[in-house]
Design a protein around this ligand. Structure first.
Ligand SMILES: Nc1nc2c(ncn2[C@@H]2O[C@H](COP(=O)(O)OP(=O)(O)O)[C@@H](O)[C@H]2O)c(=O)[nH]1
Ligand SMILES: [Mg+2]
Length: 443
């Protein structure tokens, strides 16, 4: 997702950067491209207007024109505004001062409420060590209750259900009492949806709100629905006291418009992103990082967070420190590759590495290629892995023979690695990587 948008924005920004100085016309032309790219990505027209106006205001007329590196400054502005559009600082669940914290999940049918309910239960248990119960308030179909029982039980949550005999409002009230009695930290209420927003649904949800007084009301939105998601968000927002949203199906080939519009339309933050049907394909939404990913800056932080779950905490802290100090070497690279393997969807993970995202776009990641990279690294001495710059001439030939590859392949790996390391150092020091340099071989 975001691929097309990302590609266009990156191309536009790269062309800005290649100029020595910037005129107002340059900025205007770039803004036109950015506007088109956003509209093609299904971002709401009003949101696009606000966004480009904000960028223009900061870029034109301010003192950046004619200064050193003006292109880079525009890139910085676009990045900051994009992060702002996506929600600024990452938001979190509001916990009640006296438990249970009640989280109400609302949204259209098929948006992913039940799936997200179980994932959120899993997340809160794992990350906050909360005891979680879920309430089965989708009484529209018996199958909906069975589905919740299955996924939530698998996720380790307690399910409070009373079949389809009683009304959702009664069940919600009863579940809240039980959660109190059972001393649960969190009660997540799964509700029913409809194909379209309708009054009966809103009345029912409003009533559930009244009897449970939720701490969080999360709108679950299917990112694949494009422009329509904006209308849905506006309608739910008008009828219910939303506190945030959960974007689902971000793994699909959605153009991303919903993600970019929803915060602006509801005025509430996106709390979580769901990237697949599996339980762990669910993460906190980080606007800053998402903006970086869209602009091709990769997402070292998310990668590290993910890696941290696979290896132990200390291991990941060590890795993070090494990244920050720019000490990342080929041994680290190798263990990263191995971790990624274990963590599944290779393409998704690789696209988080700065500079690799665009290079990989449209390419199918070949597991055999990873095997080749591993073979090459394994054929190096430990000293060479720590100092890849030593790999020249005879060493290169030896490694190529040892790994059954070619001198060119070794060469390419060393170059790519040097490039990735350079970008990682920049990110590690909290600086904006040189965007235009991404995807270009190092100087
Ligand atoms: N690919 C993908 N599918 C999802 C995601 N979240 C939910 N689904 C699927 O979408 C369908 C509807 O989800 P469900 O939770 O039942 O929606 P509900 O009607 O809102 O409760 C199910 O087949 C889910 O497996 C996601 O993030 N990615
Ligand atoms: Mg459901």
């Amino acid at each position: 997702m975001f691929d097309a948008l990302s590609e266009k924005l990156q191309a536009t920004l790269a062309s800005l950067r290649s100029r020595g100085t910037l005129t107002e016309q340059d900025v205007t032309a770039a803004l036109r491209e950015i506007r088109l790219a956003l509209l093609e990505a299904d971002v709401n027209l009003e949101v696009v207007k606000q966004f480009t106006a904000a960028v223009r205001e900061r870029a034109v007329g301010s003192d950046i024109i004619g200064q050193l590196n003006p292109g880079q400054q525009v890139v910085k502005i676009v990045h900051e505004e994009l992060a702002e559009l996506l929600g600024g600082p990452a938001a979190a669940i509001e916990f009640a001062s006296s438990p249970p914290t009640v989280i109400l999940m609302v949204g259209l049918q098929g948006s992913g409420k039940t799936t997200a309910t179980a994932k959120l239960a899993h997340y809160l248990q794992a990350e906050h060590h909360s005891t979680v119960a879920v309430a089965a308030c989708d009484t529209q179909r018996p199958a909906a209750i069975e589905q919740l029982v299955t996924v939530a039980t698998n996720a380790g949550a307690t399910v409070y259900e009373q079949g389809t005999e009683r009304s959702p409002v009664e069940i919600a009230k009863w579940a809240l009492e039980r959660a109190k009695q059972d001393g649960k930290d969190v009660l997540i209420v799964d509700t029913s949806g409809r194909l379209h927003v309708d009054e009966a649904l809103m009345a029912e949800l409003g009533e559930i709100c009244r009897v449970t007084d939720p701490d969080d009301v999360l709108l679950v939105l299917d990112a694949m629905t494009g422009q329509d998601a904006v209308n849905v968000a506006a309608q739910f927002g008008a009828a219910l006291p939303l506190t945030g949203s959960v974007l689902t199906k971000l793994d699909g080939d959605a153009r991303g418009g919903a993600a970019l519009s929803v915060r602006s339309v509801t005025g509430k933050p996106i709390l979580f992103a769901s990237l697949g049907e599996k339980r762990d394909q669910f993460e906190r939404f980080h606007p800053e990082r998402m903006a970086q990913r869209i602009l091709g800056m990769g997402d070292v932080l998310t990668l590290i967070e993910k890696a941290g779950k696979e290896v132990d905490e200390r291991e990941s802290e060590k890795l993070e420190a090494r990244l920050r100090q720019g000490e990342f070497d080929l041994d680290d690279f190798l263990s990263q590759l191995r971790m990624m393997r274990r963590m599944g969807p290779l393409q998704g993970l690789l696209s988080m590495i700065p500079g690799l995202g665009t290079q990989l776009r449209g390419m199918k990641v070949d597991e055999r290629e990873i095997d080749r990279i591993q073979a090459i690294i394994l054929s190096m001495t430990p000293h060479e892995r720590r100092h890849p710059e030593l790999i020249k001439g005879a060493r290169r030939l030896r490694i190529a023979r040892g790994s059954g590859t070619s001198v060119q392949a070794v060469n390419q790996l060393v170059k790519q690695f040097a490039h990735v390391r350079k970008v990682m150092r920049q990110v590690g020091r909290g600086r904006m990587p040189d965007l235009a340099a991404l995807g270009r071989p190092p100087r």
